[in-house]
Design a protein around this ligand. Structure first.
Ligand code: BGC
Length: 451
């Protein structure tokens, strides 16, 4: 197969010397060892046990990163990574969500962080990438306002232990996905269909918990950098019909604006003010607003929306008419990343951001010589990184780019069927094989240039 033509028309770019490069990951998707060293059960273990993972797999072993992290960090170092965002497993640190701390859980992150620092890689820790302790779910999970206190306590425990070595702290990964997929469409844990009020409540409680966690971490230790990670997707109407345009505005508000306007402005989007009136209590917006240092932006594609009564917020998915699609069936739209960075700069005054996730799943094939030639992924990364370069040239305050992901991993409800890695993982032997995209990315980091 030859390299697919670029969709993006962006010209070649050279990146600043201090631009950081690396990958992102999530504990549940790579660690395995879900029943080891005192880790408690999470909502995803329960979801998998209910038979809701498409290929019937589970994350019990995943990439076995828990035992093989040294090998994985060696791969990062070899590729020239200067940063790595990983998540801490809440149920490893606090097996029942609050109260008793599990020393063995914290000890794992000690080892991981020390190894990263030794490799010269900046550790960027994310507190919540979806593996809520089941014990907290049993108390109502994100539906329960009291979760804010538990989250802030967990944040304090994590910073008290790792804050001497980890300077970059991120609270939530993609609160919109947690709310919509976990509590609206039920295709993610905890698998609920709460309706619009429930989804907005879950969004709001994540905002609240985040605000409390920032302050708890700040009180615990000074000199840290704080941020959060949002999955931003420009929402475009499928047609010019007024009802489709209104649908796109509504979806944009739920998906992109509640998290952003919350932390950056202490506000609720106008179109949702009425729906959220009974959810937001006096004082909440002050608690939610926080002067973050760095916003992580995850970008995969735009969203094409249309009016569809009966769906959540009366919004359905339209046809994006894209030229290319990834193995997830997602449209390949690199220029959407440029648009969103520019729009973000205009709307929020250009605070510092970085690309915290960007990448693609494809049905990789192992060649007879054992190599994995993944030209579509190379083209995907090249086209998107060029757009980041174009946004930088337009004055956007972008500090770094992290690929999703280093390793093929447990892709949530899709199980082990979707491969996002620039390194292949053989799930029988757990052997790691760098793909062509890994070498391409390493070369891009080395030269700081994308042709
Ligand atoms: C999530 C990852 C996920 C990736 C691909 C992001 O929304 O943060 O955990 O694997 O998308 O679906």
């Amino acid at each position: 197969m030859s390299v697919a033509p670029a969709v993006s028309a962006a010209p070649a770019r050279t990146f600043p010397k201090d631009f950081f490069w690396g990958a992102s990951s999530a504990a549940y998707q790579i660690e395995g060892a879900t029943e080891e060293d005192g880790r408690g059960p999470s909502i995803w273990d329960t979801f998998a046990a209910r038979g809701l993972i498409k290929d019937g797999s589970s994350a019990r072993v995943a990439c076995d990163h828990y035992h093989r992290f040294a090998e994985d960090i060696a791969l990062m170092k070899q590729a020239g990574f200067t940063a790595y965002r990983f998540s801490l497993a809440w149920p490893r640190i606090l097996p029942t969500g609050r109260g008793t701390v599990n020393p063995a859980g914290l000890a794992f992150y000690d080892r991981l962080v020390d190894a990263l620092l030794q490799a010269g890689i900046r550790p960027m820790a994310c507190l919540y990438h979806w593996d809520l302790p089941q014990a907290l779910e049993d108390e109502g999970g994100w539906r329960n306002r009291a979760i804010a206190e538990a989250f802030a306590d967990y944040a304090r425990v994590a910073v008290a232990r790792l804050g001497d070595r980890v300077q970059d702290w991120f609270t939530l990964n993609e609160p919109n996905v947690v709310a919509i997929n976990g509590h609206g469409s039920a295709d993610h844990a905890p698998g609920l269909r709460l309706g619009e009020q429930g989804v907005l409540t879950v969004l709001h409680h994540q905002n609240l918990a985040q605000g409390d966690a920032f302050r708890a971490m700040q009180a615990e230790r000074s000199g840290l950098r704080f941020g959060t990670v949002c999955n931003l997707q420009p929402a475009r109407p499928e047609s010019d019909r007024p009802e489709d345009r209104a649908a796109a505005i509504r979806w944009d508000a739920v998906w992109n604006r509640v998290p952003l306007d919350g932390v950056l402005r202490g506000a609720v989007p106008d179109v949702l003010a009425e729906s959220m009136r009974t959810i937001v209590q006096p004082g909440d917006l002050e608690r939610i607003r926080f002067p973050i240092d760095l916003l992580g932006i995850n970008y995969y594609s735009r969203m094409t929306m249309r009016h569809e009564p009966g769906r959540l917020f009366d919004v359905g998915w339209g046809d994006p008419h894209a030229e290319r699609y990834t193995g997830m069936g997602w449209p390949v739209q690199p220029d959407g990343l440029y648009d969103l960075l520019l729009e973000f700069k205009q709307l929020y005054g250009n605070p510092a951001v970085f690309i915290a996730e960007n990448g693609a799943a494809y049905d990789d094939v192992v060649s007879p010589d054992g190599a994995v030639h993944d030209p579509e992924r190379v083209a995907f990364l090249r086209d998107h990184i060029r757009e980041v370069g174009r946004a930088l040239a337009a004055g956007c305050n972008v500090k770094g780019y992290l690929v999703w992901s280093l390793l093929d991993n447990f892709e949530w409800a899709e199980g082990l069927t979707k491969r996002f890695g620039i390194v292949r993982v053989d799930y029988d032997t757990l052997t790691r094989t760098p793909k062509d995209s890994y070498r391409w990315f390493a070369e891009t980091i080395r030269t700081g240039h994308v042709a």
